[in-house]
Write a new protein. Structure first.
Length: 201
């Protein structure tokens, strides 16, 4: 009963530890998801701002074209502004993507390390519990074998005593039978002797 209670206690503790690890995993997953959503929202805002700049540049170019600008240089400058805006948008995308990737990778690495540490500790506890259960099982099996050996020894002793008693009784019966046969033979011989004497007389 104690072994069963100890085993149930260990299983309960392991279940509680497993629930704690699962909760920690869920919390880390939720934090990673929120971080990704925030990064995506920042990215959308930056893309929106860049697009607004590009749209304003395009509108300015179109407006200049429609109003017949004074010179090609102004149009070229506006084209450069639009190209700069496009390059800025692309660069912003690359920077944002790199930041999100680095942040996510770092958070994932930290989460993985934390989970690995918890899993390792939990695995150690499980192995210790298994070893403890194994020792209890081996002790129980050893006690059972010892009890069986003692019972077998008692059975052998009882059988030996019974065998001795049976052999003694058989020997006694044989001696009694031999004695009776001798007595009967003597009686028979005496009877034959008396009969012979009577015949002679």
């Amino acid at each position: 009963a104690r072994a069963r209670d100890a085993k149930m206690k260990l299983l309960s503790e392991h279940s509680a530890q497993g629930s704690a690890v699962q909760q920690q995993r869920e919390v880390l997953s939720e934090e990673i998801r929120i971080a990704r959503e925030l990064a995506a929202e920042r990215q959308r805002r930056r893309v929106g701002d860049t697009r607004s700049m590009q749209e304003r540049a395009i509108q300015n170019v179109n407006s200049i074209r429609e109003t017949r600008p004074k010179g090609r240089k102004e149009i070229e400058q506006l084209e450069m502004v639009r190209n700069d805006a496009r390059q800025a948008r692309l660069e912003e995308k690359r920077i944002s993507a790199r930041r999100v990737r680095e942040q996510t990778s770092q958070e994932a690495l930290q989460a993985s390390r934390a989970l690995w540490s918890d899993d390792k500790a939990q695995a150690g506890e499980a192995l210790r519990a298994i070893n403890s259960d194994g020792r209890l099982q081996r002790d129980s099996e050893r006690d059972a074998r010892l009890r069986e050996a003692l019972n077998l020894r008692e059975d052998v002793r009882s059988w030996q005593l019974s065998s001795r008693a049976i052999r003694a009784r058989i020997d006694e019966d044989r001696r009694e039978s031999a004695r009776q046969m001798r007595e009967q033979r003597m009686v028979h011989n005496e009877a034959c002797h008396h009969a012979s004497l009577q015949v002679l007389d």
